[in-house]
Design a protein around this ligand. Structure first.
Ligand code: 4AD
Ligand code: MG
Length: 508
């Protein structure tokens, strides 16, 4: 074969061109992350950093550029000397622009940082017109930032939140992996409604204008893609149970979708859930695991995300100052996190909770929006938060709920009135975990499904596990975003997921 001389010639010319340009260093040196420059600085070293400009302060003699590449909340100060660079280049460096900067690490003259970068080469990868760039170096409201969710990761607050979110994903896997749990991917498209609440998003390829019909005029889903009705999953639990009844201890960590019309600061239409499922665990074992997991996650954040948490702590203190005295929380963010790590959770039955709530001040003075009158009604978030924030002043695990307000799969207690359900309630959040011991007795389960109009024929596979080698087992679901809300102290769940989906909102 003839060698491709043309290719070699081109390559050679490109090399020479690179060496001639001022970009030679930038192209040839590997990028160093700002986190590394700041955490283990080597004064005198030649490096290249790349990132986005947060601010520029320019005077006649010097310009200081604060550069951030997302590897840390801290910025690297870049010192730009007008003697070395053309004025035109310096004016193109504006808030939001993206740069590659080569230079030498030097000890910083100013306060606020140990080292800074003396720029010798600068390439502007992308400019950001100051007239148009929406993120100015000032405080923007969270509501405004939600409208520009495509740019908000470039703020300190969202940088911190998304780094913590990543650390928590890792911590979840570490916790379960170290205990020997097997991670299972449960399906996202399913034919079942695990919670039986009828709040699913349909998955179909039928033409909505002209769907095929059955003889009695209903939509004929036999003609649909899966030849049956299908929806996005609301929970991986049922499939998780199938796996647990073979692998003993499993967990899922996946997206879940709920078409409930809840416009609150704690509900998303698309959220991530961690669902461990354990053979041979009863409800108490499951509560122990839930408590241990939450403590582990909070402790992991305290140990691994200190810089970001310090920033969020200060941010939360600032927010508090703008609130009336009565609404301020008694503990700061870091104090709340340490409190959870250091204290046992309270554990009480639903029935005990109802007694506490019925005799509580806000109930007697009719301050609750939903007054607690008798046994059997579902608790609202105002009740959950009263128990956690006012009565016990610590996380609370409620268990043994009335069967009528809980799902079909929960194990019936001997009283015939309550099921072995448990919810973990957190300060500022309310319910963060929901779970139960599962009904492992075939006859009990079938009866309950029929009573609650759960299509038992379609769910033959779920019932099969109770027919063949059934076993006592339990599990729970942790709402990942609610967990991140607690750890970051963010009041609105829309601010702890990169691109929130809520009723009426699916931008980006
Ligand atoms: O209590 P839930 O509905 O329980 C289940 O889905 C069970 N299948 C879990 C199990 O036993 N394996 O949801 C579990 C948790 C809640 O405690 C809450 O933290 C979170 O998921 N969650 C939501 N988070 C954000 N937006 C929503 N719309 C949520 N609905 C539930
Ligand atoms: Mg629940």
């Amino acid at each position: 074969m003839r060698p491709n001389y043309r290719f070699f010639a081109l390559y050679f010319r490109w090399q020479v061109a690179c060496q001639r340009t001022e970009y030679y260093d930038i192209i040839m040196t590997k990028r160093t992350k700002i986190a590394k420059v700041l955490s283990s600085p080597e004064v005198g070293q030649q490096i290249t950093v790349k990132g986005w400009v947060r601010t520029k302060r320019a005077s006649k003699n010097v310009a200081f550029v604060a550069l951030n590449d997302g590897s840390t909340i801290k910025n690297l100060q870049v010192v730009v000397s007008p003697e070395q660079f053309e004025e035109d280049l310096i004016t193109r460096i504006t808030t939001g622009s993206c740069l590659a900067v080569g230079g030498r690490v030097v000890e910083s003259q100013g306060s606020g940082q140990n080292v800074e970068l003396e720029a010798s080469t600068i390439e502007v990868y992308g400019e950001a017109d100051p007239e148009l760039y929406p993120l100015q170096p000032k405080k923007h409201s969270l509501e405004f930032l939600r409208e520009i969710a495509h740019l908000r990761p470039r703020t300190n607050t969202f940088g911190a939140i998304f780094r913590i979110r990543h650390a928590m994903i890792f911590a979840v896997h570490k916790f379960f992996h170290d205990k020997g749990f097997v991670n299972i991917h449960t399906p996202i498209i399913t034919g079942s409604d695990a919670e039986g609440a009828g709040e699913t998003f349909r998955v179909t390829t039928l033409d909505p204008k002209n769907p095929p019909l059955t003889q009695d005029g209903a939509i004929d889903f036999k003609e649909d893609f899966f030849e049956r009705e299908a929806n996005l999953t609301v929970s991986g639990q049922l499939e998780g149970e199938l796996a647990a009844l073979a692998l003993s201890e499993i967990y899922t960590f996946g997206p879940t979708f709920r078409a409930e019309n809840s416009n609150t600061s704690r509900h998303l239409s698309e959220f991530w859930m961690i669902e461990p499922e354990m053979a041979f665990y009863d409800i108490n074992d499951s509560m122990d695991l839930g408590e241990e997991m939450l403590r582990f996650l909070v402790n992991y954040a305290l140990e691994q995300c200190a810089d970001d948490l310090d920033f969020l702590e200060k941010r939360a203190l600032d927010e508090e100052k703008s609130k009336p005295q009565a609404e301020r929380s008694e503990m700061s963010l870091l104090e709340r996190l340490k409190f959870v790590v250091e204290n046992d959770f309270a554990r009480i039955t639903y029935t005990e909770a109802i007694d506490i709530l019925r005799n509580s001040k806000p109930n007697k003075k009719k301050k609750f929006s939903y007054l607690i009158e008798g046994w059997g009604s579902d608790l609202q978030s105002e009740h959950e938060r009263y128990l956690v924030e006012k009565h016990f002043k610590k996380p609370v695990i409620l268990f043994d709920y009335p069967k009528d307000i809980k799902s079909f799969y929960m194990r019936m207690n001997d009283d015939g009135k309550t099921v072995a359900a448990m919810d973990i309630l957190f300060p500022g959040i309310g319910e963060i975990v929901g779970g139960s011991q599962r009904e492992e007795r075939y006859d009990h389960l079938l009866t309950r499904m029929q009573e609650m109009n759960i299509p038992d024929k379609e769910m033959w596979w779920y019932l099969d596990t109770r027919k063949f080698g059934t076993a006592p087992h339990s599990g729970f679901g942790l709402g990942f975003e609610r967990m991140i809300q607690f750890i970051t102290g963010m009041g609105n769940i829309r601010d702890v997921i990169p691109f929130p989906r809520t009723p009426g909102s699916c931008e980006f």
